[in-house]
Each structure stands twice: as C-alpha cells, then as structure tokens.
Design a protein around this ligand. Structure first.
Ligand SMILES: [Zn+2]
Ligand SMILES: [Zn+2]
Length: 188
C-alpha cells in the first residue's frame, strides 16, 4: 500500500487531468501557476514568504504524464553565519512523472508499482497534485540557502558582535593556533 499523504496540499498546485488522460501520447496542457504556499503549506522546516509563480507543462507520455516547469518563490531563513533572518529567492526546475490510479475510460483501478512515490500518483478524481514534489524541491533549495549574503562576515566568536555591522575589540587579538585551521575553514 502507498503511504497516505499527511500534509495538506495547495489548491493552486492541483490540476484536473481527466481530459488530458483521454488524449493520446504527445497531448499537452500548459498552465500558469500562482499558489499561496505561505498559507497552504504548514511546515515548520519551510518558511515560504512569497507566492509560487511560474509555468508548468503536462505532456502525455504513454500511460504517464510528464510534468515540467519553472517555478519561483522566496524563502525566509536564518543566516548560518550572523543568525539574522533573511529572504532568498528560489527557482525550481520541475521534471516529474505522474501515474494514474484509475483508468479514465474504464474506471478500472490501476495498481502502480511500490517504487512510485505517493506524491507522483494522480488520484481517483484524476487530480494531479504538484504540492508534494514542490515541497520536496523547496526543502532541497532551502538547505542550499545558507547565508544572508555570500560575503557575510558573521559574528565574532569571542563577543558575538555582528561583524557586518561593525568590528569589535577582539579583532586584534592573536588567534590561538589551535583555532587557526577552523578559522581558515570558516572563512572559505
Ligand atoms: Zn549573515
Ligand atoms: Zn569580538
């Protein structure tokens, strides 16, 4: 059995593909996306602070639908160096296959192999929901948003002063040689 999706999806990422599933290989649908993920995704690991916008294309490929598209939004994070909260842009390039669970013509149940993720199943109402694949991609992108800016100077390890704002008196102290390597790593 496929695991049930526990997280709520986004109405802006659900598409009825019944008509597309009745057409042959090569049939295409294009959609503009505008989804309010800040409201729809209740996820403590992911703070989306702008609407998700972009285009998606659904291509009928044999028994599947190939969803491709480029989507953009903004995520709020805490800087790994200076700890201030910042907002970074993210751009997702989607390329995901979706699989039917019901034959649109006959109404017969189609059992997909277990290796097909629940997130990639088209439901019994022929709704293709991009929510979970988008959420997973956003989590990956969020992990790569590390610093408020590439040259963030961070906090002084001695007194905690935000070195982007100003220097502190610890600056001139000789760095303990045991820390020098760590410092070099940190500065990379
Ligand atoms: Zn920073
Ligand atoms: Zn200091």
């Amino acid at each position: 059995m496929h695991k049930n999706r526990v997280r709520p999806g986004s109405p802006g990422l659900r598409f009825n593909v019944a008509q597309l599933m009745k057409e042959g290989t090569g049939a295409v649908r294009n959609y503009e996306v505008e989804a309010d993920l800040a409201k729809d995704f209740d996820d403590e690991d992911l703070e989306v602070v702008a609407p998700l916008t972009g285009q998606v294309r659904f291509l009928r490929t044999g028994p599947h639908i190939l969803a491709t598209g480029v989507l953009e939004t903004k995520i709020q994070k805490s800087c790994g160096r200076c700890l201030t909260s910042f907002t970074g842009p993210v751009r997702l390039e989607l390329e995901e296959e979706f699989f039917p669970t019901l034959d649109v013509i006959t109404g017969t149940v189609i059992t997909q192999p277990l290796e097909v993720e629940a997130a990639n199943l088209i439901d019994e109402q022929h709704m293709l929901d991009l929510s979970e694949v988008v959420r997973q991609e956003l989590l990956v992108e969020s992990d790569e948003l590390l610093y408020c800016r590439p040259d963030c100077k961070g906090l002084c390890p001695h007194c905690g002063q935000d070195l982007n704002v100003g220097s502190c008196n610890c600056q001139d102290e000789v760095v303990d040689p045991r820390w020098a390597n760590l410092q070099a790593l940190r500065d990379d």
